[in-house]
Design a binder for this molecule. Sequence first.
Ligand code: ZN
Length: 190
Amino acid sequence: MTSRKLKNYIEGQGCKCYAHNSSECGCNVDWTPKEVYELREDLEFRRQLYKVQAAQLDKIRSERDEAQDAIAGWDNKWKCAVEMAARAENERDSLQVALEEKYVEYDQLFDEAEKIRIERDEARTELEMWHDGNIIHLFHRDELEKTERERDEARGALMKIEDLFVDGTDVYADREKMGMIARTALEGAK
Ligand SMILES: [Zn+2]
């Protein structure tokens, strides 16, 4: 029954025997209460509404699932990123530790180098002092040699004078020679 027909429907419509209900009537007309038709129509409307809503619900459910999948995907990506960051942080920390160790080694090497440098300078100073001492020694040796030579020359002159004094025959000539020898020897000593 359409809505328009239901609107104009009256139970027992077309009864010619003036009955009050279907059990009194013999006209074979419709005595179904109007409320039953109204309830059936309402039920049909609700069924259709339910179908539409169920379809919408399915659509929304599948959209929700897609969104949840996407969220799970992003969540995984985020977790990966967090893991990578943590790994990078660990690597950085161990590199820093290694660097610290290198610094300590470097400091030790630096101290060692400084120690060696000081020792080298000391050795160099000692060598220079030794060189200087050696030069002074050579100078003294030259002086000594020169003095020895002069002594020998003086001795030679003295011997000649003594010879002339002992073996001389001409007093004046010998005296003059002795004087020359002595003068020469003294001049040579200058
Ligand atoms: Zn009737």
